[in-house]
Design a protein around this ligand. Sequence first.
Ligand SMILES: [Zn+2]
Ligand SMILES: [Zn+2]
Length: 481
Amino acid sequence: MGKQTAWDEIDRKTAEIFEASDEIWGCAETAFTEEKSVKILCDLLRKEGFTVEENLAGIKTAFKGTFGSGKPVIGFLGEFDALSGLNQEAGLLEKKAVVSGASGHGCGHNMLGTASLSAVIGMKRYLEETKKSGTIVYFGCPGEEGGSGKAFMAKEGVFSGLSAAITWHPWDATIADTGSSLANYQVAYKFYGTSAHAGGAPHLGRSALDALELMNMGVQFLREHVIPEARIHYAITNTGGYSPNVVQPYAEVLYLIRAPKNKQVEEIYQRVNKIAEGAAHMTETRVEIDFVKGCSNLISNHVIAKKIWDNLVEVGVPEYSDEEMEFARGISENVGPSRFESLEKIAANFDKETKKEILSHKGESLYRFVTPFDPVGVMSFGSTDVGDVSWNCPTAQAYVMTWAAGTPGHSWQVVSQGKSGLAHKGLVWAAKAMAGTAVDMIEDPSIIEAAWEEMKETLDGDTYHCPIPDGCKPRAIGMTK
Ligand SMILES: [Zn+2]
Ligand SMILES: [Zn+2]
């Protein structure tokens, strides 16, 4: 009985979970177009007897599957979107696309969604055997990459009413996350000018491209006068065309503004807007400010994170075959000079002794250890829409080793390893750690109580305000409207 029941069930169902993960790897659907992947996951949930609700929050590829009744209500978050341009053949030590330019699972979300599913399947068995009170909800969360799907879902109240939420992310190391992440806004600035013959009648033209360049220039100067933790990135998504002899009547730039807190992002956003308007004014063009998406900073919950850590340790590092070790070595040794960066980053936050212990793994092809629990937590300079869930209920996540040491994120190497034994074994480890944490929470209600207490303390009276304005709808990558 207890968590072993859930773990045995996870072991019994690995074949179909691996098949689902590999199939989703093959679908490689990008943000908000994940229809085939959603079908695979929903079919599995229905087969397992979960009540499935699709079109959650009015988003075509958002869904949830529920089992059980009463409290606590524990949410498991699953992602399944891919990245554009990262297509790659599986199991190779070199970069080689199957279809050049196509998308690929460069962030390992094929494993992310299926491991969370595996965890709820285990939990269903546990609830049936023990007849305990508890509701398990699997959330199918689309468009994490560049889409902040969970923030759109949170805006519609999808995560309210949860006692706690847990999730994980594939990685090259194994960590119970106690850090925060940056909130962000993604905004398109669209400049409208007047086209003219650039040689014959330049005085009649008003260049949208000039406005865009002046806006970027203004933002370069702004950088010195924002908090050092802020990040302002941009991509010029439309230059107006390929003809230098035309005064460009249209140009578009996509900005990504990040800072540790939603309020700080909002402040910088307002200043960037002034710069955009100033640039339009200077060039006698017009600017349209189009809010694309936003997500909140992560409120980490150390009470639940510690339980995840205990379970990662209790389940233990998987065993790997010689062939898997050989593959890991091939990938890891080819990464290049950045190979040890992730390990150094992990070690950086610890005391001298622990640092030494972590760095003793330098040179290994697979980081077969659980990183010591970090009670302080480091701030990640990335962002995740798990942040929006974490403002609604105590939320924690694990990073679990699913790929070779030093594998860079968002890379062909991730895609190459996505169907390997490393991926499958990491996925099961993550599923068991999450299920074990949920069992702990059901069996000892004081965990959830303490988690809420911690969350209240961290928020210190602050409440959730979704950064996404009313009327803003999720959109697929590259869609400007
Ligand atoms: Zn990613
Ligand atoms: Zn990811």
